[in-house]
Design a protein around this ligand. Structure first.
Ligand SMILES: [Zn+2]
Ligand SMILES: [Zn+2]
Ligand SMILES: [Zn+2]
Ligand SMILES: [Zn+2]
Ligand SMILES: [Zn+2]
Ligand SMILES: [Zn+2]
Ligand SMILES: [Zn+2]
Length: 1751
């Protein structure tokens, strides 16, 4: 290592390097008077020489350079410092220091980007408290409800911080041990005093050095004492990072400015982004200045130019060393807590009398001026030193708080993200409650934060309110940065104090003052005015105001929580808030026109105000804060205990409710469509006003304010004000207003909506009592009610519920604490997610007018509830549930229900409803009135029950509704109206509800009578009576339900009868197919009895005694024209839509390099099956002509589309892709359907193997010579008898069919080899055969893996696909020149016979035998057709080929089998099979000798052979089955044993396969000799790379059960290209397990002229274009196919609630769901990935727009 770097070091340094002694240097320093001067002199002389990188060379050079630098730094610069500090050999000194070290009780592990962090939902003090994985696994929290996230970098593990955890603050590792030292003791006292003084000096010199260099404002000069001896003209052009310019801009500019390649530019840009700066040029000043000008000029057009600086090389060198010095300090203090404290002391010491700041202060104040890399390094030092020392953490926190305002201002002006700013350290201090309280009391931190925040929002209107709706982009950007201050405020408020001190009260209230000032700036901001006539021109900006509201929501809630823990604070806060409100609303009624309203005998004074004409604002935080505090007064009962301290008397209820009411009216009017011209901006605002993120401190509080006001007012006055603000007063105050309104053709629907909205508001004001303080409720009742109402809409997943509930500052909803009581959980299946379903006993709590329902929710819930009740045979009335009792302070609210004005309104609506038509009323209006009546009745019943009879209740609703109404509804009493409406035919829907009301009325009457007559009668009697009425009702409904059931059953019976009838009618059809089956099976034995010697006892699929399928007709229907057509060779061509793709699913060798497509010889397939061609089909049949027309239309459409819009479709027409017209399955070609083969003529001769070999050999020799040379005359080999070499057979197919044969052949050729189509290429037929063989092999594996029987279990589409593919394979030779197929056959045949004299004949171990079988059988026909004798059949050739290749496979198996010595109990005597196996093996050993292992037992060998040969036999059986359409034997239609024998006999093979060899011993012995002596065999066997049989099925990689294990693995993964950088999107290949750096510039590669991301590139090599990946940080599965297509797929990881977490947003622990993973695996094995992508893209067009290739 030293040698290496020496070679490259400058020679002058080299010499010194060897003679330099750190020890001597250190002692010289020590002896000097001025240590700093000495050290500086040393640094001035060495630093520029060592840290001078000069021009950047290649990557390797740069790395070597760095190593050299590193070494020189350590030896010449750092080592003397260490000697000086320790006074001895550093290694020894440090070891001794460490012995005395008391490690910090904190873990303090600093998180890398992407590392998993854990937080406990039960025990963490706040969500920022996290553990590292190690601590988490050793903690109690892993058994708790925890949250898992990935770190964004920075931050550290809080293990060991007792304040961060309510429980279990220590993991196993960090549990404090009883130590010899007291924690309070000063660790410095443990050190040698000499060392303390040395460390003080050296630390302060080095820290000073670093701080001076990093914060120096001067670009040209070094601090005194560091000036270089000679200042050469060597400069750097330094480029700095900013957040304005994109990668592309920077790369482009750099290429222009410094003449670098794109690759270098990418590397520069990556480094600038990571480290914050990078020198892009080195040279003299002029040279660097030039580059700077170009960069500035090029980037200044749209924005501020990129920051570039030309810096002298010595300055850059010292800055680099300054960073190293800081790292060194951080490193040294890890050895000793004493030294750590010394460093803290040095850092925070005031430097001199005149300077007020410390070194650390100076660093922090210059933070925003430093580049990213420097910030990171010094911040890391702060975390390791100050934040790890309990004493100095406090000192530092105070210092930080003092500078808070300044630091934040710097940050706001800066453009770097917060994680790169020193302000981000606030989380480390402010979240510690004790520190936060101290800072609040001593530094008034709460007020400081709020004031700093307000200070930065200067854009105000005339009244001093924020004005967000006119924000410019720059203001919006600044606003975005200021928001982080709210985060700080949240940290200090997150846990309310457990006990208050007076100073804390004072400072909190001062903070509150500041906060109220902030709220006052928001009160009434961004007001809106209704637009009439014209639509607004520009949508006003509304998001900023709502962002602020959303961010403050938790703060407001937290401040209220703080108030609720101390009565004195609460009272003061209430007073302050009220006075703020009074200030805001000072002139609200001034200058308005006073009016007086009277209705139903009541009269109220108010002023005129119309929401639809004047300004109205949604932002009323001061009102809402007061509402919140008002509820607290009620909840804590403060108002009644300290009335004298509260200004309740000063409250003016009408003024309190004025603004919230306006806001609610605004919402109603928007719903009624009155504000359409105000655009989407307003609609969005109204949406957020009700949204779960805002409503707690917006809508909910407005309702509360109305409740508070109503409880303090005359209910009649309250309602009249409401009517007036809704602009509905005249509707109910004058009898003929509605009539006149209607006659004037005004918008009645709009007015009806307003009435509905108003009634709804009244319902909410009366019945929303689930906030503690409004009603008397337990803490969890509120969230329970929310959940009940969500689940009343429909069953929901956990995440949906969480989304519907408001989160508190701790991101908790309280859901878990109640969910199991109210709902039952239903687990998910392989798809979908787990769902919670409401338990039926909670249905009675359903309230149709639940205030958080949107209109859509409400109608869905109503429908669901009515349906449920019908199913349970109950009435469908949805009466209000009994609300909880009100708190005393708001108790008078109930009087609203029985006040005269409400009764008048109710009466009016009921009166309108008497008339069936006219649009004068609406169903919902009536429903709401009925609901209100119901509420009143419930209230009366409750009061009666509570009063227990002896005192008269004040609530007399039943009494009031029997009185005849006053004007304007003089017709009759409310009760009378209800009675008359009960049987109105047009009110059928409401009948149940009216009946319920009338029953309630009579009940209450009964109770009243009882209680007045005999007070002893209990109330329950009344309800019991109601019960009996209900029971009766129930019985009636049950009877009806029973009748309905009987009716259903009858219908079912009728239907099944019809079904039977259908089968009878179609009996012929069923019978026919059965007959056919029988025909196939019965014919075979018949034949065996005939002239043939072979016994064909059962079905046979190959050889002369097989049975063909020509007897069966094949009628098919074209899906395009619906015409029926029979499949015939000479008929119209019929085709199947098909998809051909390359595949590596069966690959046993993913490392094999891709062959050159132009030269690759595909005739022999290596047994590793590294790449195959797979064909699939959806099984849909078309006329070839119909398909062609369809495809042309698709092409035309695509051309037109491309002219209109750019971009891709889900299929690539140019590559021949289309979607099946019926099922939209992705396809890229068609396979022609061909007729069945004929059953062979059994009368002809069947030559024996010997005869056949002789004839074929002769024929091959003749063909070879005729092919090879026309010129070579004479010595023409004899042609076997009956053959004619020059015979040209007639094609058995029509031209249409031939054309389709060519079509598919070319597709397989094109896709399989990735080449352009070329009909002349001799390889065309080979690829068709390859696809047939590979597809059969992959289907055989699939059946085996799923343990399905070989036959009968495939779906139709696959069955059809295989049969057409196989028949095609054997017929495609007809479309190729005979020469071609003859050449192929000759080569294949000689390979089987191992005539290795012939060129390029591979050895037996380099061929996949099934491919060989398919190819030779398929090409044999082309040779056989030359036989004109008519005495031989092609089938005998097939059988002999099968036999030969099977023997070859046996040899292949025996050669490659390794003996696994398993001694099992063996039979003494070996069976015939075993003996023959042994014999064959010893023959092989005779030929090959010691290359083969010692033979194991015959039993074992035979067992191996059987297992290894099985897949081959199964694929062969499939092949011949489809080729010859022969029915399979029964044993193969079921899985399980007996397969072997059945297979062998189906294939015409002896079940003792070895007989094949032993019966033909003389013929085969020489062949085996040739096989074994092929030089390739020894080579392969010695190389050890032989493929063994059976080949195991490939699986996707195994994944860990716990997802965080994956995250952890990925977090330590670094980008393989950019030297140790963390990868931003680590992505795991599920096929081979490689981790890739996806979606990033650094790892793009060029493939065929396109830049593609790591995933696409990897999928090309690993999956032949198809890739399955897991994006680890997103928890998302990614499928890609080719370069342009891809989709996301749900990951196989689920949380406990049965849901995936795509994007890892929720953070619930995730566990592997093996069923889902198997599903993905099956998809892969079935080659279904491309199809899934096609469907996904088709269904979701936005997916098409994603640049999949860059992932
Ligand atoms: Zn830890
Ligand atoms: Zn720990
Ligand atoms: Zn816990
Ligand atoms: Zn057709
Ligand atoms: Zn289809
Ligand atoms: Zn990378
Ligand atoms: Zn892979």
């Amino acid at each position: 290592m030293a040698d290496q770097s020496d070679r490259n070091a400058p020679s002058s340094l080299n010499a010194e390097f060897l003679t330099f002694s750190a020890k001597d240097t250190a002692s010289r320093w020590l002896a000097a008077d001025d240590l700093q001067q000495e050290v500086y002199r040393h640094l001035a002389s060495y630093v520029p020489r060592i840290l001078n990188m000069g021009p950047t060379g290649g990557v390797i050079e740069e790395q070597r350079e760095q190593q050299r630098e590193e070494l020189a730094c350590q030896l010449i610069l750092i080592a003397p410092l260490e000697w000086l500090l320790l006074g001895e050999e550093p290694a020894n000194g440090l070891a001794r220091l460490q012995e005395n070290n008391q490690p910090s009780p904190l873990c303090g592990h600093v998180f890398k980007v992407g590392e998993p962090t854990y937080s406990c939902r039960e025990c963490a003090a706040d969500p920022t408290c996290v553990l590292c994985m190690q601590c988490f696994l050793g903690s109690v929290h892993k058994e708790h409800r925890y949250r898992m996230t990935t770190s964004g970098g920075g931050g550290f593990c809080d293990c060991g911080d007792a304040e961060a955890w309510k429980n279990g603050p220590y993991c196993h590792k960090h549990t404090p041990v009883e130590s010899s030292r007291d924690a309070e003791e000063d660790p410095v006292s443990q050190l040698d005093p000499e060392m303390v003084s040395r460390s003080l000096r050296i630390f302060s010199i080095m820290l000073q050095y670093a701080v001076d260099l990093l914060t120096s404002e001067q670009e040209e000069h070094l601090p005194g004492g560091l000036e270089p001896l000679e200042k050469g003209d060597s400069y750097y052009c330094m480029l700095f990072n900013d957040e304005m310019h994109t990668y592309e801009q920077v790369i482009y500019t750099l290429q222009k400015a410094v003449n670098c390649t794109q690759k270098e530019a990418v590397s520069f840009a990556t480094t600038v982004d990571r480290d914050g700066r990078k020198s892009v040029r080195y040279g003299d000043f002029q040279f660097c200045e030039q580059a700077k000008c170009v960069i500035v000029r090029n980037t200044s057009r749209q924005s501020k130019p990129l920051r570039v600086q030309v810096m002298h090389s010595s300055i850059v060198a010292h800055q680099c060393f300054a960073l190293r010095a800081l790292s060194w300090l951080g490193h040294i203090i890890t050895y000793s807590d004493g030294l750590r404290r010394v460093l803290c002391q040095v850092g925070l010491q005031r430097r001199s009398e005149e300077e007020d700041s410390s070194l650390i202060d100076k660093l922090m104040l210059n933070d925003s001026k430093m580049w990213k890399g420097a910030r990171n390094i010094y911040r890391q030092l702060l975390m390791n030193s100050l934040l790890m020392d309990l004493k100095y953490k406090k000192v530092f926190a105070i210092q930080f708080a003092k500078m808070y305002e300044r630091l934040q201002s710097d940050y706001v002006k800066d453009d770097h993200d917060r994680e790169f700013s020193i302000t981000d350290l606030s989380v480390q201090m402010f979240t510690v409650p004790s520190l936060a309280r101290m800072l609040m009391v001593e530094q008034n931190l709460m007020r400081t934060i709020i004031r700093t925040f307000v200070e930065h929002l200067r854009h105000r209107d005339l009244q001093g309110r924020f004005q967000f709706n006119r924000y410019t982009a720059q203001q919006a950007f600044k606003f975005g940065r200021v928001q982080s201050l709210i985060g700080d405020l949240k940290y200090i408020l997150i846990s309310p104090p457990s006990h208050w001190t007076d100073p804390l009260r004072v400072k909190f209230l001062e903070g509150l003052d500041a906060f109220l000032e902030l709220l006052k700036c928001m009160q009434g901001m961004d007001p809106v005015v209704r637009q009439v006539g014209q639509h607004i021109e520009m949508e006003p900006e509304w998001e900023a105001a709502f962002t602020l509201q959303m961010k403050l929501t938790h703060i407001i809630t937290m401040i209220q929580e703080w108030c609720s823990t101390d009565e004195r604070v609460l009272i003061q806060a209430y007073r302050k808030c009220l006075s703020s409100l009074t200030q805001c609303q000072g002139g609200i009624s001034d200058g308005e026109q006073p009016i007086s309203l009277s209705l139903a005998g009541h009269c109220v004074e108010t002023f005129r105000y119309t929401v639809s004409q004047e300004k109205v604002s949604i932002h009323l935080p001061v009102c809402r804060m007061l509402a919140g505090l008002h509820v607290l007064l009620s909840r804590m009962d403060v108002a009644s205990r300290f009335p004298e301290q509260l200004p309740l008397g000063e409250l003016s209820p009408p003024l309190l409710m004025e603004l919230p009411l306006r806001c609610l009216v605004l919402c109603a009017q928007v719903h009624a469509g009155m504000w359409r011209r105000n655009g989407f901006s307003l609609i969005n605002q109204i949406y957020y006003y009700h949204n779960v993120k805002c409503r707690v401190e917006m809508f909910d509080k407005d309702i509360i304010m109305l409740q508070a006001a109503a409880s303090m007012m005359d209910p009649n006055h309250f309602l009249m004000m409401v009517l007036s603000r809704f602009e509905l007063f005249s509707v109910f105050s004058s009898t003929d207003f509605r009539r006149r309104f209607r006659e004037a053709n005004k918008d009645l629907v709009q007015q009806n909506t307003l009435i509905e909205e108003m009634l709804h508001l009244i319902i909410m004001v009366i019945s929303e009592r689930y906030t503690a303080g409004v009603g008397q409720v337990e803490p969890l009742e509120e969230v329970r009610r929310e959940i009940i109402h969500q689940l009343s809409i429909r069953p929901m997943a956990h995440s949906e519920l969480v989304k519907a509930l408001p989160e508190n500052g701790n991101k908790e909803t309280g859901l878990e604490r109640v969910i199991d009581r109210v709902a039952s959980f239903k687990k998910p299946g392989v798809t979908g997610r787990g769902l919670y379903e409401l338990r039926p006993e909670w249905n009675k709590h359903f309230n149709l007018y639940f205030h958080h329902y949107s209109r859509a929710d409400q109608s869905k819930a109503e429908e669901a509830q009515r349906k449920l009740r019908r199913q349970n045979a109950e009435d469908t009335a949805l009466p209000p549930p009994v609300p909880p009792p009100l708190c005393p302070m708001l108790a008078s609210l109930v009087n609203l229900l029985q006040c005269d004005v409400l009764l008048a309104v109710e009466g009016a609506v009921l009166q309108w409803a008497v008339e069936p038509s006219g649009g004068g009323w609406s169903e919902s209006m009536l429903q709401r009135v009925l609901h209100l009546v119901g509420l009143a009745l419930l209230e009366e019943q409750q009061q009666l029950e509570r009063s227990s009879g002896d005192e008269d209740t004040s609530f007399k609703f039943t009494c009031k509704i029997t009185r005849p109404g006053d004007a304007p509804s003089p017709a009759g009493s409310v009760l009378a109206l209800l009675e008359s409406l009960q049987n109105a035919p047009h009110l059928e829907v409401h009948k149940d509800m009216i009946t319920w009301i009338l029953k309630m009325v009579s009940n209450i009457k009964t109770i009243r009578q009882r209680t007045t007559s005999t007070s002893s009668v209990s109330v329950s009697a009344g309800s019991r009576q109601e019960e009996t009425v209900r029971d009766k009702d129930k019985a009636e409904r049950k009877r009806k339900a029973e009748m309905a059931r009987l009716r259903r059953e009858k219908i079912m019976a009728q239907m099944s009868e019809m079904q039977k009838h259908f089968i009878n009618e179609n009996k012929e059809l069923f019978q026919q197919s059965l007959d056919e089956l029988e025909a196939c099976t019965s014919e075979a034995p018949d034949l065996s009895a005939s002239s043939l010697e072979l016994t064909c006892a059962s079905q046979v699929c190959v050889g002369p005694c097989r049975v063909g399928g020509t007897e069966r007709r094949q009628p098919v229907t074209c899906i395009l024209c619906q015409e029926e057509q029979e499949v015939k060779g000479q008929g119209r061509a019929m085709v199947l839509a098909a998809f051909v793709q390359r595949s590596t699913v069966l690959s046993k060798n993913r490392r094999r390099s891709q062959p050159d497509p132009e030269r690759h010889d595909p005739l022999f397939t290596h047994p590793d099956l590294s790449v195959g061609v797979h064909t699939a089909s959806c099984g849909h049949i078309m006329h070839a002509t119909c398909w062609q027309r369809y495809f042309e239309a698709v092409q035309l459409k695509e051309q037109r589309r491309q002219q209109r819009l750019r971009g891709h479709t889900s299929y690539d027409v140019e590559n021949g892709e289309f979607l099946c017209p019926l099922c939209e399955c992705l396809s890229n070609t068609v396979i022609p359907l061909l007729p069945h083969t004929h059953t062979p003529t059994h009368s002809v001769d069947h030559p024996s193997l010997g005869e056949w070999l002789k004839i074929t050999n002769q024929l091959v020799a003749a063909l070879r010579s005729s092919l090879s040379s026309q010129c070579e005359e004479g010595a023409e080999p004899a042609v076997p008898e009956g053959f004619r070499l020059n015979f040209i057979p007639q094609s058995p197919f029509s031209s249409g069919v031939r054309e389709m044969i060519t079509t598919f052949s070319l597709s397989a050729y094109k896709v399989g080899l990735r080449v352009n189509p070329n009909e002349q290429d001799t390889r065309v037929p080979v690829l068709s055969w390859a696809s047939c063989a590979y597809t059969i092999q992959s289907i055989e594996r699939l059946l085996q893996d799923e343990e399905k029987p070989l036959f009968g279990s495939l779906p139709c589409r696959q069955d059809d696909c295989l049969s057409s593919l196989t028949r095609f394979s054997s017929a495609c030779w007809t479309a190729a020149p005979l020469r071609t197929t003859h050449t192929h056959f000759i080569r294949l045949f000689t390979a089987v016979l191992c005539d290795y004299q012939v060129e390029n004949t591979p050895c037996i171990l380099d061929m996949d035998m099934f491919h060989l079988l398919v190819y030779s059988v398929s090409s044999y026909s082309s040779v056989h057709c030359l036989d004109q004798s008519g005495s031989r059949v092609v089938d005998s050739g097939h059988l002999h080929l099968l036999h030969l290749i099977t023997v070859a496979h046996l040899v292949q198996i025996l050669l490659t089998s390794t003996t696994v010595e398993v001694y099992m109990e063996e039979d003494g005597e070996g069976s015939e099979e075993e003996e023959l196996t042994c014999q064959l093996f010893s023959t092989l050993r005779k030929h090959l000798g010691s290359v083969l292992p010692e033979p194991s037992s015959g039993w074992q060998q035979w067992r191996c052979v059987k297992a290894a040969a099985l897949p081959f036999l199964r694929t062969a059986a499939l092949f011949f089955h489809y080729l010859n359409s022969s029915a399979p034997p029964a044993d193969l239609l079921v899985p399980g044993p007996g397969q072997w024998e059945a297979l062998c006999s189906y294939l015409s093979l002896p079940s003792n396969l070895l007989l094949l060899y032993s019966t033909q011993h003389t013929l085969l012995e020489p062949l085996i000799h040739r096989w074994c002596t092929h030089p390739g065999v020894t080579q392969v066997l010695k190389g050890g790379g032989a493929i063994r049989f059976p080949r195991e099925s490939n699986r996707l990689i195994s994944l860990p059960g716990d997802y965080s294990v994956l995250i952890n693995q990925a977090s330590s993964f670094t980008c393989p290209r950019s030297g140790g950088d963390k990868s931003r999107a680590p992505t795991l290949c599920l096929v081979c397990g490689s981790l890739l750096c996806s979606q990033s510039y650094c790892c793009q590669t060029e493939v065929e002229g396109d830049d593609v991301g790591a995933c696409t590139a990897h999928s090309l090599s690993c999956g032949a274009g198809t890739g399955l990946f897991l994006r680890v940080r997103e928890s998302q599965v990614l499928f890609v196919a080719g370069k342009t297509k891809g989709c996301f797929y749900p990951p196989p990881y689920l949380d406990d609630y049965g849901e995936t977490d795509q994007g890892l947003k929720r953070g619930n622990p995730l566990h592997l769901c093996s069923e889902r993973y198997s599903k993905i695996q099956r998809l892969w094995r079935q080659h279904g990935v491309a199809e899934v992508i096609g469907h996904a893209q088709e269904a979701n067009q936005t997916l098409v727009a994603i640049d999949w290739q860059h992932l």
